[in-house]
Design a protein around this ligand. Structure first.
Ligand SMILES: [Zn+2]
Length: 470
């Protein structure tokens, strides 16, 4: 059955997951420990798998989960529905406001942090799945999972980059578990940097070798090329399907390894963080805020001071005030946003104030959130026009979006198949949410083989809940 847990139950449920797996493994394997492998395929819409035939995608390994295991149809996205906040919700079960990973990039009004992301686990304010596993006495491993630099993971290769130069490999060796990369690279060659399906395939091999050599009880793997290629070509392109099929093979290999190492005791879950929607237009709030004198730019084109600043994230932007209690600044920003929203040509769907935003678990430092209509995304240039067509030289730019969804869909009932469990729910509408988009566009998807408990963070606009299938 499907249960929706209340927020207060979330961490307990995470711990219960660990216990359930451990007990289940003990029972099924005559005392042998169980194994949980969780793979995040970044940007995986549920219909890539559930409607694979119609899309022309050959993904037999992931299709097996539909027949033999359980699958939950999407989740309601967090605010913002982007990679780092969503992944951290997957391993904590709570909203970004609670777990502390508020966006992909940190808020950096003066643009001094060189596009720094939320790479560091020390920013996570609550217990994670690897913490719960450690408390249960499990060893853990993680390959390329977001926000894991410095995480208390037994064998850890975090997702981390800086300049995009070969020195990033040294940075990664210094931030991974000491000696781990050197040991694995001696067998497998250099750990990959950046994008490319070959890089994901190699990450899969590193994960598999960690399973074989280190025998962790929990392994997390994040593969990223599906996200990248959708940014380049849009969803459902032939290039995307080609990547999807190769990632399916990676998942098949990991599942086989897990079942070989823990026969009858392996649990494999596939998750994702968001979907993609096509965008044609951009709104640049920076142009409007600069024109309104809410920040100033010096002779060298750098921001010199600010009163209020957008913090963009796909199809939405949080608005942060330098002094949140500054009533005059609040009033000025509110009037500006109302004026911009009143012009349909700007593509603004709605504006949330601080109460509405924080109630939905997003952007605690912000005073407003601006959500765009379908087809729009936020731009962040200091010099560009307020509105523009998307920057790619093709008729339609496709981008990950976080404030709006596609067509609202009715949730489908969960169902069982075979001995496994099945729970299918498309990104569903959240009528109580004034930012209905995050709910719609979140294409997170969880499936699990066997009879295991599977779960994902499920964040509703009115709070946090979680789906568990038991
Ligand atoms: Zn992502």
């Amino acid at each position: 059955m499907i249960r929706r847990a209340r927020p207060a139950m979330l961490l307990a449920a995470l711990a219960a997951l660990a216990c359930a797996l451990a007990l289940g493994g003990m029972a099924a394997g005559q005392g042998e420990p169980s194994l949980l492998v969780m793979v995040s395929v970044d940007g995986l819409r549920p219909d890539y798998i559930t409607a694979a035939d119609a899309r022309g995608a050959k993904v037999p390994h992931m299709r097996r989960f539909l027949k033999e295991g359980s699958f939950a149809e999407g989740v309601e996205g967090v605010i913002p529905t982007v990679t780092y906040p969503s992944h951290t919700t997957l391993v904590t079960g709570v909203s970004p406001a609670k777990h502390g990973i508020f966006g992909n990039l940190t808020f950096d009004p003066l643009r001094e942090n060189q596009s720094g992301w939320y790479w560091y686990a020390e920013d996570i304010r609550v217990a994670t799945l690897w913490d719960a596993a450690a408390r249960a006495g499990w060893t853990t491993a993680s390959v390329q999972w977001p926000a894991t630099v410095g995480a208390r993971v037994t064998w850890n290769i975090p997702e981390f980059w800086r300049a995009g130069t070969p020195d990033d490999s040294k940075l990664l060796r210094a931030s991974a578990t000491p000696g781990l990369l050197a040991e694995l690279e001696a067998e497998l060659g250099p750990y990959p940097r950046g994008f490319g399906v070959e890089a994901d395939e190699l990450r899969g091999r590193f994960a598999e070798r960690i399973l074989e050599k280190k025998r962790p009880r929990l392994l997390l793997l994040h593969v990223i090329e599906l996200d990248h290629v959708q940014h380049q070509t849009g969803p459902f392109s032939p290039e995307v399907l080609a990547v999807l099929e190769r990632l399916d093979t990676v998942i098949g290999g990991l599942r086989a390894a897990a079942e070989r190492l823990a026969p009858g005791r392996a649990h494999v879950a596939i998750v994702s963080d968001h979907g993609f929607a096509r965008t044609d237009m951009q709104l640049n709030l920076f142009a409007a805020f600069r024109a309104a004198g809410l920040f100033t730019v010096g002779d060298r084109g750098r921001i010199t001071d600010w009163t209020a600043m957008p913090w963009t994230s796909g199809g939405a932007a949080a608005i942060v005030l330098k002094q949140p209690t500054d009533a005059a600044a609040q009033s000025q920003v509110r009037l500006l946003l109302e004026k911009l929203a009143a012009d349909p040509a700007n593509g603004i769907d709605r504006v949330l104030d601080a109460d509405g935003l924080h109630r939905r678990g997003g952007f605690p430092p912000a005073s407003f959130l601006v959500g765009l209509k379908p087809g729009w995304e936020m731009a962040s240039s200091l010099t560009g026009p307020r509105r523009a067509r998307g920057p790619l030289p093709r008729p339609h730019r496709h981008a990950r979006r976080c404030a709006h969804a596609g067509e609202p869909r009715r949730p489908r009932p969960s169902r069982r198949r075979g001995q496994g469990l099945a729970a299918l729910s498309w990104p569903r509408s959240a009528p109580e949410s004034s930012l209905r988009g995050p709910a719609h566009r979140a294409a997170s998807w969880v499936c699990s083989d066997r009879r295991s408990v599977t779960m994902t963070g499920r964040v509703r606009s009115s709070g946090v809940s979680m789906i568990t299938a038991t």
